[in-house]
Write a protein that binds this ligand. Structure first.
Ligand code: NCD
Length: 310
């Protein structure tokens, strides 16, 4: 078991089969159980070193990777933001990656350029994990999202989903939609302001996979879905600040909107949230986003364990 995972790069969620993702979830179940009992008895990654190269801001992704590595016995090195590294002196990405490759056993990279993780994987011998490349992919977030859906509903396939928000610039939303081509939803509703429509490559992937999807309004779909995946408008990726001003605050989920929801509805959000989920939702039984964030550690532990062996 797990042989297909060893040494693997993680660039896109589409690099993985359903069987492989299920294997990851089983491993995450074991890790989660061990964490509940107070931690792992063994340190399977003792002596290993994970590099965390975060060229863009991050709270959860970086800290949960760091927590995951450390709980497995591995050490971490890295940075958040190019400040303080030689990137400030004009060092290019390739040279920075070569150095990290020389120092660590696995590299997690987040960068504002699309394709940066794939580029890093071509340079580095060590496995590279994409912690977010521009607006393109965020595969480990999708793994956590699917794992959380499975925890809430006992399965991922055959459910009714709505993905809400910035489907154009949001990499977490993109990876989640792509993930649904692997686990077939019953229905997929896409809710977005016209300026933030999903990108061509995502729409084509959904079409190719035969996923039944349609555009819908938030109020219409809340009573129709098992999973409501809400995302933030990615302000920092708008080429024009005025374009952002036009869509800002254009959707918001509140507790009263959830009154007609299915009992089983879970609201997910990759976080950080700005104003798209009202705080009144936090105390409803539908709020699963903090549990989702907590799953970041066991899922990333399972991932590191499968890739680095032990
Ligand atoms: C996401 C990201 O960075 O793409 N955050 C995360 O990793 N949970 C989502 C976002 O920033 O909106």
């Amino acid at each position: 078991m797990a042989s297909g995972w060893r040494g693997r790069d993680v660039i896109s969620i589409l690099d993985f089969t359903r069987g492989e993702l299920e294997e990851l979830f089983l491993e995450a179940d074991k890790v989660k159980m061990a964490l509940r009992r107070g931690g792992l008895q063994r340190r399977p990654l003792e002596g290993k070193l994970v590099a965390l190269a975060f060229f863009e801001p991050s709270t959860r992704t970086r800290m949960s990777f760091e927590a995951a590595a450390k709980r497995l016995g591995a050490g971490t090195i890295g940075f958040t933001g190019p400040e303080g590294t030689s990137v400030e002196k004009g060092e290019n990405l390739a040279d920075t990656i070569r150095m990290l490759d020389a120092y660590a056993d696995l590299i997690v990279i987040r960068h504002r350029y699309e394709g940066s993780a794939l580029y890093a994987a071509e340079i580095a011998e060590a496995p590279v994990v994409n912690g977010g490349d521009g607006r393109q992919h965020h595969p480990t977030q999708a793994m956590i999202d699917l794992y959380t859906v499975r925890e809430a509903h006992g399965r991922v396939e055959g459910l009714d989903y709505a993905v809400v928000g910035d489907l154009r610039y949001g990499r977490a939303a993109a990876s989640f939609m792509l993930a649904l081509t692997i686990f077939r939803p019953r229905r997929l509703y896409l809710v977005y302001p016209p300026q933030l429509a999903p990108r061509r490559e995502v729409v084509s992937a959904l079409e190719r996979a035969g996923v039944r999807f349609e555009r819908a309004e938030l109020e219409e779909v809340i009573g129709e879905v098992d999973v409501l995946y809400v995302t933030r408008i990615q302000r920092e990726r708008f080429p024009d600040p005025e374009e952002y001003e036009r869509v800002r605050g254009s959707y918001r989920v509140t507790a009263s909107m959830l009154e007609g929801a299915r009992d089983s509805l879970v609201v997910l959000h990759p976080l950080p949230r700005v104003d798209e989920i009202d705080h009144s939702v936090d105390s409803t039984r539908h709020a699963w986003y903090f549990r989702q964030a907590r799953n970041g550690v066991p899922v990333r532990m399972a991932l590191l364990k499968l890739i680095l062996g032990g």
